[in-house]
Design a protein around this ligand. Structure first.
Ligand SMILES: CCCCCCCCCC/C=C\CCCCCC(=O)SCCNC(=O)CCNC(=O)[C@H](O)C(C)(C)COP(=O)(O)OP(=O)(O)OC[C@H]1O[C@@H](n2cnc3c(N)ncnc32)[C@H](O)[C@@H]1OP(=O)(O)O
Ligand SMILES: Cc1cc2nc3c(=O)[nH]c(=O)nc-3n(C[C@H](O)[C@H](O)[C@H](O)COP(=O)(O)OP(=O)(O)OC[C@H]3O[C@@H](n4cnc5c(N)ncnc54)[C@H](O)[C@@H]3O)c2cc1C
Length: 642
């Protein structure tokens, strides 16, 4: 199963080898539980481990393999981030995709050797979503052949970029490029922020940390201002766009090609989200098979809480989602790598499809991951609320994904633009022009679902039902939009008035893609036992998801009330079937105790003893009487006694 999850037997084996090596290297372990550290201590601890890793990485992993790097990162540095998180996630990908060969030769080896630390600085205090209204400017000075970066007012301060505040000395900065008073829109520039020797901010740069966040606090998300700060013309990233010495602008082959670093993260973050969801579920499911509370049959002893159907219903559909996201994420990464290769050689024809797909996926996956992790926390009762479970940190980090790389509603609306264009093709009889991801929009569907009549259809009837609801909602939302325009409404106003319906279409389309990715993967599996276990999970997935969106299929009679009862019964049937495999389905992800950082989720199940040990190690328990008591509470009580 681990081979299915991680892509191959070799990958699963390598993960195990890496975890085993790390287990033998105490210098790479947290020196005490992270929840007991202050933010400064955590940042220090992370930097300590990071530098050891830089020295010893080659002994542990193949540093050129992103999957091995990611595993090493999760084990040693953990979810809360590290001083170089954005260096790998966005700075290097931005340089790789957007710098010319010459620029790459100059900067990439230095970045890869970690001679410099970089980040991606785009979002500002006043604008994150609407890139056209970013306010930082890069004005070309023809006389000196330099760009002058400037922050005209407080809202133009860069705000949020990870590791910008304290760790990075370089950044890819996105600024509006102005040449001879003409604004060419946002473009990426390579900018040195700090002196390479002293790490002091360079003159003209104002920089710092934006303060503590809901989670992810090892990362120093930062602010940055420029006061007429000069950089050479050749620091504009020039793979696709060029500015010649005389100010001549050579436009890129696609208007949005400079957005590729964002698409990179949107594609890669899906499996990252799946891992976080599976981690939280692993903790909750293990704990649920240790925790005994109440009886189902009063004549019997107390049961493991995992025996309760409500507990299974709370956890198992999310286990199915974690697998579904992992499989859909793996497909998306493959597609992304393909499109990137094409883009580098000038073929930009697939960019729109990739953008639409990743926009929908990042939104649905992050939202459902958040839901699943929060359910996992509640499934652990009181102990889930303790930082000893570590679920609250996983939750905080995961839901950051609902916001970063494009706020979810906004990204769903990006997919909706693509769906509405596709609907227009269908309506004008040009269905043959539909891309493969939306081809179903042009296919006539049956009048009713056959779900309960062809139970051995290999999920075909389920896929057809998802296609039906997605198609119907897309055409309905598009009709609403076109109808308003026909009535004379301006395009943007009409769009806004339909946006809730449009986003519903985007979610349904994305959920269909996730279901199909899961079906595709299960169909490929040769090993009978693995196929059987995953087929059960897929049964739960399709029935649970369908129940969740049933209103769309009931509205037009595609599903009947009795079919809904059938679907519900299937959910209960598969909850029971999955119960014996539940812990194994999560143990198969092979998270080590070091990586999970959870007292509740320990592999050995020795929860209570370790919770007590953990509580005793709380810094508050270093003394029996706190100074807050001696200074304030004791005098108060004494005064009251007089
Ligand atoms: C094994 C390894 C595993 C690795 C796992 C890794 C895990 C990673 C975990 C990371 C963890 C932490 C890192 C955190 C990083 C966070 C970093 C950031 O957040 S960076 C900042 C991100 N910011 C955004 O995402 C901003 C969102 N806004 C936008 O993207 C855009 O403004 C917009 C798309 C909403 C609108 O853009 P705009 O230029 O204004 O668009 P127009 O309205 O003019 O045009 C729309 C038009 O353009 C098309 N479009 C838009 N984007 C793209 C694109 N990327 N590619 C192709 N086409 C694009 C869009 O489809 C429209 O087309 P039409 O034909 O007109 O419909
Ligand atoms: C943990 C974290 C890490 C980050 N790291 C980085 C980084 O490394 N580099 C970087 O540059 N940035 C980073 N960001 C910033 C992030 O990319 C932005 O916060 C994000 O893109 C959302 O933009 P915003 O804050 O402007 O939200 P807003 O756009 O202000 O969103 C507020 C509300 O307005 C709604 N809204 C906005 N526009 C529309 C619209 N057109 N239609 C409908 N509704 C709309 C949204 O849906 C939302 O409900 C990070 C953010 C976080 C939380």
């Amino acid at each position: 199963m681990a081979a299915q999850i991680w892509g191959s037997e070799k990958r699963a084996r390598r993960r195990r080898e890496i975890s085993a090596k790390i287990a033998q290297m105490p210098e790479l372990h947290d020196s005490k539980p992270l929840p007991f550290m202050t933010r400064e201590e955590k940042i220090m601890e992370s930097a300590r481990k990071l530098t050891i890793l830089t020295e010893k990485m080659g002994q542990i992993i193949d540093p050129t393999d992103p999957a091995e790097l990611y595993h090493l990162n999760n084990e040693v540095l953990g979810l809360e981030g590290n001083p170089m998180a954005l260096h790998g996630v966005m700075f290097i990908p931005a340089l790789s995709a957007q710098a010319s060969d010459e620029q790459q030769a100059k900067w990439l080896p230095r970045a890869l050797r970690r001679e410099i630390i970089g980040t991606y600085a785009q979002t500002e205090l006043g604008h994150g979503t609407n890139l056209q209204n970013l306010e930082t400017t890069a004005t070309y000075d023809l006389a000196t052949q330099e760009f002058v970066l400037h922050t005209p007012q407080i809202t133009a301060l860069k705000w949020w970029p990870g590791n910008l505040g304290k760790s990075s000395n370089y950044a890819v900065v996105v600024a509006h490029m102005i040449i001879k008073a003409k604004n060419y829109g946002p473009h990426p520039f390579m900018v040195q922020l700090r002196d390479e020797k002293t790490h002091e901010p360079l003159p003209g740069i104002t920089i710092g940390d934006i303060g503590p966040k809901m989670a992810y606090n090892i990362v120093d998300n930062g602010f940055l201002g420029f006061n007429k700060y000069r950089i050479p013309r050749t620091n504009l990233l020039m793979r696709h766009t060029k500015v010649e010495a005389d100010g001549t602008y050579i436009k890129p082959p696609h208007a949005k090609i400079n957005y590729s670093a964002m698409v990179h993260v949107r594609a890669y973050m899906l499996t990252g989200q799946a891992i976080m969801l599976a981690s939280a579920l692993n903790i909750a499911t293990r704990y649920s098979s240790v925790r005994r509370q109440g009886q189902i049959d009063k004549s019997q002893p107390e049961v493991k809480v995992l025996e309760y159907q409500t507990q299974q219903h709370r956890l198992f559909p999310s286990i199915a989602r974690a697998y579904a996201f992992q499989f859909a994420g793996a497909e998306t990464v493959k597609l992304y790598e393909h499109v990137l290769k094409e883009m580098k050689s000038g073929n930009v024809s697939l960019m729109a499809d990739l953008h639409a797909l990743t926009s929908g996926l990042k939104s649905v996956v992050t939202y459902q991951t958040g839901e699943g992790i929060e359910q996992a926390r509640m499934a652990c009762g009181g102990h889930g609320y303790s930082m000893a479970s570590y679920i609250s940190e996983i939750y905080g980090v995961a839901i950051g994904g609902c916001t970063y790389e494009g706020e979810n509603m906004v990204m769903l609306l990006q997919l909706a633009r693509y769906l509405v264009k596709s609907a227009a093709l269908v309506k004008s009889g040009q269905s043959s022009k539909l891309g493969p991801l939306v081809a179903y929009l042009g296919v006539k569907s049956e009048p009713t679902s056959l779900i309960d009549r062809i139970p051995n259809s290999g999920f075909t009837e389920y896929v057809k039902t998802f296609q039906h609801v997605s198609k119907r909602q897309t055409l309905k939302a598009a009709d609403m939009f076109f109808g308003l325009m026909e009535k004379g409404e301006k395009r943007e106003i009409a769009w806004n008035k339909c946006s809730v319906e449009l986003n519903r279409a985007s979610r349904l389309h994305t959920r269909l893609f996730i279901v199909e990715a899961f079906v595709r993967r299960v169909n490929e599996i040769a090993d009978i036992r693995i196929k059987e276990a995953l087929t059960d999970l897929l049964h739960l997935h399709v029935n649970y998801e369908l129940l969740d969106i049933a209103s769309y299929a009931l509205e037009d009679g595609f599903l009947s009330a009795s079919q809904l009862d059938y679907i519900r019964d299937q959910v209960y049937l598969y909850l029971g079937k999955i119960r014996p495999n539940a812990v194994s389905l999560l143990d198969s992800w092979e998270f080590s105790d070091i990586e999970l950082r959870s007292v509740l989720g320990r592999r050995d199940g020795n929860v209570y003893e370790n919770l007590f040990k953990w509580a005793k190690s709380s810094p508050l328990n270093k003394t029996d009487v706190l100074s807050s008591v001696t200074q304030y509470l004791k005098p108060m009580m004494e005064k009251a006694r007089l």
